[in-house]
Design a binder for this molecule. Structure first.
Ligand code: ZN
Length: 103
């Protein structure tokens, strides 16, 4: 039976992609190796206190804050994607005709 523009498989694919993306993003934020002496992005000296506090630190405070802002924007994008997926799921289980889900 038709379920509108997105079949159950497509909804699950979207959810899988969102979860996989989140895992990969979280994994990419894990510290790798030793703390750097200088910022990876701008080469500013990273203070010893920061290197001790953040094992595997790679960015200075300024670059880290800029990086975090970018991550926040990116996360917002993915929250919208997650909502779209659940909307599609709701439309798929609605009793109305398939074209009702498009409008
Ligand atoms: Zn920097």
């Amino acid at each position: 039976m038709a379920t509108g523009w997105a079949g159950d498989g497509a909804v699950q694919d979207q959810i899988d992609a969102t979860v996989k993306d989140a895992i990969e993003r979280a994994r990419s934020q894990l510290p790798r190796g030793a703390s750097l002496l200088a910022c990876e992005a701008c080469e500013a000296t990273i203070p010893e206190a920061r290197r001790q506090a953040v094992p595997g630190v790679r960015l200075c405070v300024a670059c880290q804050e800029a990086h975090d802002r970018e991550q926040a924007v990116f996360s917002g994008y993915n929250r919208r994607a997650a909502r779209t997926a659940s909307c599609a799921e709701g439309a798929a289980s609605a009793a109305g005709p398939p074209h009702a889900a498009i409008a």
